[in-house]
Design a protein around this ligand. Structure first.
Ligand code: FAD
Length: 352
């Protein structure tokens, strides 16, 4: 018997889809992926510390709740709680891994079946689809929800890796307001629309100091209107013809960047308290090339307005894998819910 719904991916979109599908008696089977340098189960949030903007999680004694809700067998996976207290109790915003473990637990509570494997191929020709895991037999499914996310591109420096979550980020909207960045000069690396958007977001924060846009050329790739926004902003300064050669720090936090000129051999140091990489994202769609319609950047195309349908019947997409614009946990969870509802209605029409 084909599965009613197979979900590929284990970020907010995948778990939200699983919760909705499971509660609708679709008995979802979810592939959560395996550990790789650029990608891990539980999605991109598993790479970050505190998440201050996911609704429902204000500062509080988060750890007590997480430990009460998440199966004891998975407590080993929880990172140490931040040492912030109020009235003698822990008081912090939910951490990325904690939030994702809670979502996974919620899906498990409704009997979602979870497989720790990658999907490496799909067959979408027939009326019943094939889903092919890296190890194990192909699986037949009436519907598939693709929720494989995207990964942020980084420059690729060792020092950048060392300071991730200590002053290096790839998401200003997510991290810019965190205390470690507040009121400090910051650098955004890149020259496209997203670099200008990230810089403008940071420059508009309360008490913002100078926000440097570091770009390898002498003009931005961003649209004219975005460029003008950067040029006109009193807090934004353009640093032309420069690349980041090294992220500098004291072991605990970023203190500056060593920049290398792209026109001569000179280098210089720039004092900043953080660096945001804005050099694009790579959607996790390589295994779907030629099977589903994608845009020029490799993101899956939603083919119906306000629906999660893709170019193949019965295949739905949710989260960052189809969204190169909002890229937030809450929007991913939202489209995960939509995909499950779309799958449920599709299955009802099939009459299976
Ligand atoms: C450093 C950082 C900090 C962030 N902070 C915030 C924040 O504070 N607030 C916020 O709202 N957003 C934040 N974001 C953005 C947020 O993490 C993403 O928008 C969100 O995680 C996208 O969810 P998703 O479910 O679409 O995919 P992802 O979270 O990307 O998860 C997809 C997962 O699916 C699995 N997978 C991929 N391919 C396969 C395959 N072939 N087979 C099986 N499994 C597969 C992988 O395990 C992958 O990790 C942050 C992002 C980063 C990088």
């Amino acid at each position: 018997m084909p599965e009613k719904v197979v979900i590929i991916g284990s970020g907010p979109a995948g778990w939200a889809a699983a919760i909705y599908a499971a509660r609708a008696n679709l008995e979802p089977l979810l592939f959560e992926g395996t550990i790789k340098p650029e990608m891990i189960p539980l999605g991109q949030l598993a790479f970050t510390t505190e998440v201050e903007n996911y609704p429902g999680f204000p500062f509080g004694n988060v750890r007590a709740f997480v430990e009460s809700a998440v199966d004891k067998a998975r407590h080993y996976n929880l990172p140490p709680a931040p040492n912030h207290t109020k009235d003698g109790q822990l008081h912090y915003a939910v951490q990325g891994v904690e939030l994702m473990e809670l979502m996974k637990q919620q899906a498990l509570n409704f009997d979602t079946r979870v497989v720790s494997d990658d999907i490496v191929d799909v067959g979408l020709e027939g009326s019943v689809h094939q889903v092919i895991p890296a190890s194990g037999e192909p699986i037949e499914a009436h519907t598939i929800i693709v929720a494989t996310g995207a990964r942020a591109n980084y420059i690729g420096l060792e020092s950048e890796e060392k300071y991730k979550n200590k002053g290096v980020s790839a998401c200003a909207v997510c991290d810019g307001a965190l205390p470690m960045y507040r009121g400090k000069p910051l650098a955004v690396v890149g020259g496209g629309d997203s670099a200008v958007e990230e810089a403008t977001y940071l420059a508009n924060l309360k008490n913002a100091a100078t926000i440097y846009i570091i770009h390898r050329r002498d003009q931005l790739r961003a649209s004219k209107i975005m460029q003008q926004r950067a040029f006109d902003h009193p807090n934004i300064e353009l640093v032309w013809n420069s690349t980041v050669e090294e992220v500098l720090g004291d072991g605990q936090k970023v203190t500056g960047l060593r920049l290398k000129s792209t026109v001569d051999d000179s280098t210089r140091e720039l004092e900043v308290g953080g660096m945001f990489a804005a050099i694009g994202h790579t959607p996790n769609t390589a295994f779907l090339k030629g099977k589903l319609e994608m845009n020029a950047k490799g993101y899956l195309k939603w083919t119906k307005a306000f629906r999660t349908n893709t170019s193949a019947e019965g295949v739905f997409a949710a989260g960052d894998v189809a969204d190169d614009y909002y890229r937030q946990a809450i929007t991913s969870a939202g489209t995960g819910c939509m995909a499950a509802l779309d799958a449920e209605r599709y299955i009802a029409e099939l009459g299976v």
